[in-house]
Design a protein around this ligand. Structure first.
Ligand code: NAD
Length: 290
């Protein structure tokens, strides 16, 4: 029997856990952890993400602060906003929704966010700490994937893990986390030769590609655990629908567990943002008392 890993249910549990810890934190420090979300422009997908993040922040008991900037905002205005959020003691986490319009530098903004408030885990200091096995703020999507894997498999030590995709926000940090959990890790990507055969050896297969239903039955090992990060909008019978990078129906009877799209990794990403905001607040407050 294949297990369908319910990301929505698990995300609800995590937000519930975070909200209890937030209440303890607030009772201890008389401070409500604050998450500032910055959205530039009105891209429909980004607007939906931001709305969901704000909703979850409220459920978790966090103080949600939103900044909506016009699509033609200049770099200096955005830099100045980040600088003021860095200095604001009521803000413990800062998230700038990506992608940014092309006239703005994403790298400059990521580097401008204080590493202690970088709840997306994209700042080079956090990236470096993760890849050297030090404690850091971890990118939300791979963190959510690890929580699902560990709840499903327990100890991951010695498992063969294959990550499809090498992006900075998913593929690379995912590989670092799996390595930290003592997996034997392979990253495959658009230039990999014989990608299907490599994937078919994986005990754990993570798909983070952005290609609808790329991964089919012949790509998976019997009994594998498959985590599908991909979110792709396609048209079926004239209706817009979301599918993953994995052809769910094709692999279902062969794998031991799989995340659906939607309802798998997506909700976990947002739940982990709440977790990271609490973690950031805990570190900032305990550091200020040192
Ligand atoms: P990206 O475009 O930055 O990277 C895609 C990676 O896939 C690249 O490294 C590329 O080499 C590789 N790739 C492309 N075509 C390939 C192919 N045919 N075979 C093998 N590898 C190939 O994308 P990303 O930001 O990492 O996102 C990947 C997917 O995950 C997207 O669908 C995105 O929407 C989704 N995503 C979901 C969440 C979530 O919360 N569920 C979060 C982030 C991204």
């Amino acid at each position: 029997m294949t297990l369908r890993i319910d990301g929505k249910l698990l995300a609800d549990e995590i937000v519930e856990e975070v909200s209890k810890e937030v209440a303890d934190f607030t009772a201890k420090y008389d401070v409500v952890p604050g998450l500032a979300v910055v959205l530039v422009g009105a891209d429909p997908a980004s607007s939906v993400y931001v709305r969901n993040k704000v909703k979850r922040a409220v459920q978790a008991g966090l103080n949600s602060i939103e900044h909506y900037l016009p699509a033609d905002v200049d770099q200096k205005t955005l830099d100045d906003l980040i600088s003021s959020l860095n200095q604001d003691d009521s803000v413990h986490g800062i998230l700038v929704q990506l992608p940014l319009p092309s006239h703005l530098s994403e790298n400059r903004i990521i580097e401008a966010i204080s590493p202690e408030k970088d709840v997306d885990g994209f700042h080079p200091q956090n990236v470096g700490k993760l890849s050297t096995g030090q404690q850091s703020l971890i990118p939300c999507t791979p963190l959510g994937c690890m929580i699902m894997l560990e709840r499903q498999l327990g100890d991951l030590s010695g498992k063969k893990a294959v990550v499809v995709g090498r992006s900075n926000i998913v593929g690379k940090p995912m590989a670092s986390l799996l390595l930290k959990a003592n997996c034997t890790v392979t990253i495959v990507h658009s230039r990999t030769k014989d990608i299907e055969a490599t994937c078919a050896e994986a005990d754990i297969l993570i798909a983070a590609v952005g290609q609808p239903k790329l991964i089919t039955e012949s790509w998976v090992k019997p009994g594998a655990v498959v985590i599908d990060v991909g979110i792709n909008a396609i048209e079926v019978d004239g209706k817009r629908t979301l599918v993953g990078d994995v052809d769910y129906d094709s692999v279902l009877s062969k794998v031991s567990a799989i995340t659906p799209v939607p309802g798998g990794v997506g909700p976990m990403t947002i739940a982990c943002l709440m977790k990271n905001t609490l973690t950031a607040a805990q570190h900032q407050l305990s550091a200020s008392l040192d």
